[in-house]
Design a protein around this ligand. Structure first.
Ligand code: NAD
Length: 354
């Protein structure tokens, strides 16, 4: 029995996780994965019921689960709630509570959607990359000073700090990810300026000795940002620290053409969490028009990384891309000449193609 905790959250969270569970149940019938789903609250929905965005019961259930499928949290309804009780705090609580140290964001441009990308079709056709971002270290978690006066001048500072074991842990995951993909790893840093980046580069280079069949190269972050815009096809796996990864993964996400399509995985020590990269989209919640593909592709990542069910994962991914090839479009990616469908219809179309 594989225990999957489902956290729908707020806004479109329920609609999109419902879709992903329908697809997972269908794939379970086919591959006999023996999945068991348990639902828990987080976000504004949890705040309304229990007065906190992440109840202990939810966190404990996640710790015991084989994997967590997460929708999205947040919404204007909770705009005036105290900062430490806001729905989005649930995400930080889960990252910390589950030790989610790596964020994986694949960017694959479906042939049928190259026109939706802000880049020229010839640049994005065939793009298939994944960014592996360190999630619990670096400058976001270093010491900081909001304000101090030195020599009569006010200043603030944030400290970037990485240890060898922290870099080894994320680099190992990136090498392993390259192994099940095309065997090419790009490590991104700013080693021409930063000491932390030089330690990062040394550590990744040393670890490469254990992965003789992976082709490793290093890029400075400014060059990588440019390369993502001019030649994204060159990348297979990119590994980088927290700050650079935050920026590069958002840059890379727009290449795909719609945030409704983009999945993610946050890999942890206790368990791992899978969610689309978008938020709770309160403007379309309850209308039945949300694109569930980002969540369904996140469910495919769950099968790949937590359950090691690669064939089942690929079956879901192929069904999603076939559905796009066959002309089904939710409102966010619709243009003339295609079939405009809602959340349930597109889910049905994907299931028929599994
Ligand atoms: P958003 O991603 O929710 O929405 C941005 C735009 O994209 C909206 O127009 C929305 O309708 C559209 N969109 C998003 N997902 C879509 C989908 N699956 N199908 C079709 N259209 C989709 O970002 P926002 O509006 O800035 O934030 C709304 C709320 O979500 C806020 O409370 C924010 O804090 C929260 N948020 C949560 C997460 C998370 O739970 N991980 C991430 C980002 C934002």
């Amino acid at each position: 029995m594989k225990k999957i905790v489902v956290i729908p959250g707020d806004g479109i969270g329920k609609e999109i996780t419902d879709s992903a569970v329908v697809v997972l149940k269908k794939i379970d019938d086919k591959f006999k994965l023996n999945l068991q789903f348990k639902y828990h609250d987080a976000g504004g929905t949890a705040y309304d019921k229990f007065g906190v965005p992440l109840p202990d019961e939810t966190l404990n259930a996640c710790k015991e689960a084989d994997a967590v499928l997460f929708g999205a949290v947040g919404g204007t309804k909770w705009d005036n709630v105290k900062a430490d009780l806001r729905p989005e705090r649930a995400i930080l609580g889960l990252r910390k509570g589950l030790g989610l140290y790596a964020n994986l964001r694949p960017v694959k441009v479906a042939d049928a959607l190259t026109k939706n990308s802000p880049l020229k079709p010839e640049l994005v056709t065939g793009v298939d990359l994944v960014i592996v971002r360190e999630l619990v270290g670096g400058i976001y978690f270093g010491d900081r000073c909001e304000s101090e006066i030195k020599d009569g001048v006010e200043r603030a500072w944030d400290l970037e700090n990485y240890s060898v074991p922290e870099v080894e842990r994320i680099a190992k995951l990136a090498f392993e990810t390259s192994k099940i993909r095309r065997g090419k790893l790009t490590s991104v840093d700013k080693a021409n300026v930063l000491a932390t980046s030089r330690l990062w580069r040394r550590t990744v280079t040393k670890l490469a000795n254990d992965y003789a069949d992976i082709e490793l190269n290093h890029l400075y972050v400014d060059n990588c940002a440019m390369q993502l815009a001019v030649n994204p096809k060159q990348f297979d796996v990119i590994v980088t620290g927290n700050l650079f990864g935050d920026i590069l993964s958002d840059e890379a996400a727009v290449i795909g053409g719609s945030i409704g399509l983009m999945p993610s995985a946050s890999i942890g020590e206790l368990t791992s969490l899978y969610e689309p990269i978008h938020g709770s989209a309160p403007d379309i919640a309850g209308k039945g028009i949300a694109n569930p593909m980002g969540t369904i592709l996140s469910a495919a990542m769950l099968l790949r990384y937590s359950l090691h069910a690669e064939e089942a994962a690929q079956t879901i991914e192929s069904a999603v891309y076939k559905t796009l090839d066959d002309g089904f479009r939710t409102a966010d990616i619709y243009s003339d000449d295609f079939k405009k469908v809602g959340t349930d219809e597109v889910t049905q179309a994907i299931c028929e193609r599994l």
